[in-house]
Design a protein around this ligand. Structure first.
Ligand SMILES: NC(=O)c1ccc[n+]([C@@H]2O[C@H](COP(=O)([O-])OP(=O)(O)OC[C@H]3O[C@@H](n4cnc5c(N)ncnc54)[C@H](O)[C@@H]3O)[C@@H](O)[C@H]2O)c1
Length: 246
């Protein structure tokens, strides 16, 4: 049996940016991978791959997510890993935002991971094995001007992972969060239309560059591995030293 072929993994938002880099790495390591994304066009570049299962789905819709989790499990067997990666924001000062905007940010960044985690975890709990890794943000640890509601949702995800780590500590299921710093992806480009923020951040980051999507898959692969089975409820920043949390 190919290494990891009995460990199906879901990657939300896997058709772009950080999620796409994670998908490429997991496929290379033999995992069957489902991508749950609003738009899977970005996966075409990977060509035909029988281990890749793209599902165009909105993770904010619980019933739709339930349907695609069931389809993926029928094709591959019970889900072993979940990477909560899909996310969205638009930078605005909090006092200039309105409730509809809050709702959208909370739906995507908090309800989305709640939905997928709730559904994927059911089978993990029955089988007593699993790995949940959430791509949160340093915004959820130290705040980020112009991203108040987003920061609140990312702080919420970090707390969710810690709580589930406690609730399932007696099983072989772990929950951890990875916090990217500013990273050169389509999401960041949409927020920094002039490039000025990129330049300012580059000067502030000790490693003198923004993150790249390829900075994250190694840690994800480690958390999925047997070597990480004793690590749970942890939050790790991958941000070139921009934040150094104890
Ligand atoms: N880029 C950064 O600077 C940065 C920094 C910290 C954290 N993050 C986090 O990293 C993760 C990935 O971000 P990225 O920069 O790669 O973004 P991206 O925009 O390149 O990719 C996000 C993907 O999520 C998908 N998506 C969005 N809403 C969805 C929904 N409702 N249902 C299904 N799919 C949906 C999009 O279609 C897209 O393919 C996000 O959670 C983001 O908050 C990014």
């Amino acid at each position: 049996m190919e290494r990891n072929s009995d460990r199906p993994v879901i990657v939300t938002g896997g058709a772009s940016g950080i999620g796409f880099a994670i998908v490429e790495r997991l496929l290379a390591q033999g995992y069957p991978v489902a991508v749950f994304d609003l738009n899977c066009a970005g996966l075409q570049i990977l060509g035909d791959n029988s281990s890749l299962h793209p599902f165009e789905v909105d993770i904010t819709e619980y019933d739709s997510v339930a349907r695609v989790v069931a389809e993926f499990e029928t094709a591959t067997g019970p889900v072993y890993g979940l990477i909560n990666n899909a996310g969205w924001d638009s930078a605005k000062l909090f006092i200039k935002t309105e409730i509809d905007f809050w709702r959208k940010v909370i739906e995507i960044n908090l309800y989305g991971p709640l939905n997928v985690t709730h559904l994927a975890l059911k089978r993990m709990a029955e089988l007593d094995r699993g790995r949940v890794i959430s791509i949160a943000s340093d915004a959820g640890r130290v705040g980020s001007s112009g991203e108040a509601v987003y920061s609140a949702t990312k702080g919420g995800i970090i707390a969710l992972m810690k709580t589930l780590a406690r609730e399932h500590a007696r099983q072989d299921i772990t929950f951890n969060s990875i916090c990217p710093g500013p990273t050169d992806t389509p999401l960041f480009a949409a927020i920094d239309k002039t490039g000025r923020l990129n330049e300012r951040l580059r000067r502030a980051i000790p490693k003198q560059r923004l993150g790249r999507p390829d900075d994250y898959p190694g840690l994800v692969a480690f958390f999925l591995s047997d070597d990480a089975s004793f690590i749970t409820g942890q939050t790790i920043s991958v941000s070139g030293g921009l934040t150094m949390s104890g």
